[in-house]
Write a protein that binds this ligand. Structure first.
Ligand SMILES: [Zn+2]
Ligand SMILES: [Zn+2]
Length: 376
């Protein structure tokens, strides 16, 4: 039996504890990964405080990166020694997965938030008892980790795993919302509003800048909205052409002024705050698209004014994981990082894995955007 170090959440609202756990044997479709780094995404502390229900104790972690140590008998396309970024899990068999639209997998909730394998067993035990696991198919707050093969994305071994681990969820989601959902085409989309400047929103700003550089006349207005002045300054450095602080300015009035009363051509909400989502929806102009990323709560309902949406042929959309096929999108994002066009390392701060509680406190206070835990 393989033993591992894991950051266990023993119960609701408790701090994480670094403990020894025992790993279950590999199933045919699983991979043993030696983690080098795991970054923290907002969904991890959301489980800790009960916003997302899972049975406790649980091992979370869904932005891992490491090296393949062992592969199950049915795994193809991966070898021992491969470097992998771990992303969301999917069944690989349904009609959406067959078309590489895995983000629409019919088993997406079960495979990522089910807390166990398909056969109902757990990948690890703590004090001889099973612990909720398979979070995003990886539970990468554990080293080494038993990972579902569909969560593994092979990447070039020259990449710094402490940087590219963050591509697994948050960065993929923010960049994908712009590249894959807004999908600006020549001349059609001039203005893009980005609401909320966590890692997801900052990645959306980076993606928007890339598109504005590659496609003339597209996204000439990249408007970042947040209450944190430091993050507005960062957004400007990353490519935002305008910033709005809702604590100092009326957001709708300012957006109307910037867009010359036309409204936004596109917007993405990365805050997950219902009032902000509704402001975004109301700020969309004719032919525009508003995209929801963050979930303000499982019972939340956004308000779409139907007649203006009919009259303006507007779209209100949601997206999941940036509607990205992680197997191709993550290597693409990694190459953009290497080109200096997706500077995600400027969002990161490194911590020893055992200092996870400090890292989460820093993320909550707003002093750090993307904490990265190192397994050294
Ligand atoms: Zn996430
Ligand atoms: Zn599927």
């Amino acid at each position: 039996m393989v033993t591992a170090k894991a950051l266990v959440l023993p119960e609701l609202n408790a701090p994480f504890q670094l403990v020894d756990v025992e790993l279950d044997s590999l199933r045919p479709d699983e991979v043993l990964v030696e983690l080098k780094a795991t970054s923290i995404c907002a969904t991890d502390p959301a489980v800790q405080r009960g916003k997302i229900p899972l049975d406790f104790p649980v091992v979370l972690g869904h932005e891992g990166a490491g090296i393949v140590k062992e592969i199950g008998t049915a795994v193809s396309g991966l070898s021992v020694g491969d470097h992998v970024v771990l992303s969301y899990n999917s069944c690989g068999k349904c009609r959406h997965c067959q078309k590489r639209n895995n983000f629409r997998c019919v088993e997406i909730m079960k495979r990522n938030f089910g807390g166990k394998r398909e056969d109902g067993t757990q990948t690890l035990n703590w004090n001889g008892k099973p612990v909720s696991s398979c979070f995003f198919g990886q539970s990468s707050f554990c080293n080494p980790a038993v990972v579902q093969a569909n969560s593994c994305v092979k990447v070039d071994s020259s990449l710094d795993l402490a940087v590219v681990c963050s591509l697994g969820c948050g960065i993929q989601t923010g960049a994908g919302s712009v590249f894959n959902v807004v999908k600006p085409v020549e001349g059609d989309i001039r203005s893009l509003g980005i609401f909320g400047l966590g890692a997801v929103g900052c990645a959306a700003v980076m993606a928007a800048k890339i598109i504005s550089q590659d496609k003339p006349k597209v996204l000439s207005q990249i408007i970042a909205v947040d209450t944190n002045e430091g993050r507005l300054k960062l957004a400007t450095d990353l490519g935002a052409t305008h910033t709005i602080n809702p604590e100092k300015e009326d957001v709708k009035a300012r957006l109307s002024e910037i867009t010359r009363q036309e409204g936004l051509d596109a917007a993405v909400d990365c805050s997950g705050v219902l009032s902000v989502i509704n402001t975004m929806i109301e700020s969309i102009g004719a032919g525009g698209i508003a995209v929801t990323i963050g979930n303000p709560g499982n019972d939340s309902k956004a308000s779409v004014p139907i007649l203006p949406f009919i009259a303006g042929a507007k779209t209100y959309s949601a997206c999941h994981q940036g509607n990205a096929d992680s197997k191709s999108f993550i290597p693409h994002l990694a190459s953009l990082y290497l080109q200096g066009r997706l500077p995600i390392d400027c969002l990161q701060k490194l911590y020893k894995a055992e200092n996870i509680n400090e890292a989460i406190a820093d993320m909550k206070s707003g002093s750090v955007i993307k904490p990265v835990l190192l397994w050294t």
